[in-house]
Design a protein around this ligand. Structure first.
Ligand code: CAA
Length: 298
């Protein structure tokens, strides 16, 4: 990552804060992937979940990914053990007292996140950065829940986090320039590419991607088969996945929450969530994570 300065020179962001220990809050797909990204890049990672069972889920995710790398000859057993050794699970948030940055990837619910940020503000050491992976909530509001809004920033990873290179780095009007620069430098250190975004609904990618996914559902509602839409987009238009395959990867609940947020913000009639998307969520058919979404994964 490099950024053009006013003089036209290219400046590489620097770590203005030392980052050695990383905290991750959450145990879902994104949190697990992000914990793996940091541990693979040599960082000590403390990940916090609500139960031992959920922590075990993170170990399962990480082990499966590392085993795949071993079976492909990209990693040896010692390398796998080293990555696992850098990951420490905890059910108490107090375990985050000495981390340099927390990356939060919990439920997309403002009340739940606000409670967490108040707690992180109390627990984390002075100067620790609080980064949220939210894709649908105002980060400014999370900053306001703390006494350190200058340390609160968005780090929007994409799914699957270990593979997708992009991270949208989202600053609020209160975010410190040193924090912005540190997070961008950190992205580069873990092999990601950072782009700058303001705190607006959908940032860059989701603002474009989710109306397209929602339109695919509406197109299907109008009578076009899912298999035909997926095949046309994937095989003929050259996208890596068809829209229904991607909806199932992202999760219909997550997609619906993002689409609702875009609709509320931009009031475009065409942004109204597709009825079938609402129905899928109501039926608990969320995608790969529930083994059934627009496709079956039994
Ligand atoms: N977790 C970890 N690694 C994975 C993975 C997963 N879920 N899926 C695939 N991989 C790895 C594979 O192991 C493989 O690694 P190596 O190159 O080291 O061998 C690599 O990714 C490529 O995988 P495959 O060859 O099996 O499959 P592919 O070429 O079809 O790539 C893909 C898979 C990268 C997921 C590709 O299909 C893709 O890019 N899909 C689109 C994903 C996308 O658009 N994501 C954004 C969603 S929006 C979002 O996340 C924002 C939000 O706010 C919700």
């Amino acid at each position: 990552f490099a950024e053009a300065s006013a003089a036209g020179e290219v400046a590489t962001p620097e770590l203005k804060h030392d980052i050695a220990k990383v905290g991750v809050v959450g145990t879902g797909t994104m949190a697990s992937g992000i914990a793996l990204v940091f541990a693979q890049s040599g960082y000590e990672v403390t990940y916090v979940g609500r139960s031992q069972e959920k922590l075990d889920g993170v170990v399962g995710y990480v082990t499966k990914n590392l085993d795949r790398a071993v079976s492909k000859g990209k990693l040896d057993e010692a390398g796998k053990e080293a990555v696992l050794g850098r990951l420490t699970g905890a059910t108490e948030r107090e375990a985050l007292a000495d981390v340099d940055i927390v990356v939060e990837a919990i439920a997309e619910d403002l009340a739940i996140k606000t409670e967490l940020y108040k707690d992180l503000d109390r627990i984390c050491k002075q100067g620790a950065i609080l980064a949220t992976t939210t894709s649908s909530l105002p980060i400014t509001r999370l900053g306001e829940a703390t006494s350190r809004p200058e340390s609160v920033i968005g780090m929007h990873f994409f799914n699957p986090a270990p593979v997708m290179k992009l991270v949208e780095v989202v600053t609020t009007p209160a975010t410190g320039a040193d924090v912005d620069e540190t997070v961008k430098a950190l992205c580069a250190k873990v092999g990601k590419v950072a782009v700058s975004c303001g705190d607006r609904a959908g940032f860059i990618v989701n603002c474009l991607l989710f109306p397209y996914l929602n339109d695919a559902v509406k197109l299907h509602e109008s009578g076009v088969a899912i298999a035909d839409i997926d095949a046309a987009i994937k095989e003929q238009a050259g996208f890596p996945m068809g829209p229904f395959e991607l909806l199932d990867v992202v999760g219909n609940d997550v997609s619906l929450a993002i689409q609702k947020e875009l609709y509320a913000e931009f009031k475009e009639p065409g942004f109204a969530p597709a009825e079938l998307l609402e129905q899928k969520v109501a039926a608990g058919e969320l995608g790969r994570k529930t083994k059934k979404g627009f496709h079956d994964y039994a």
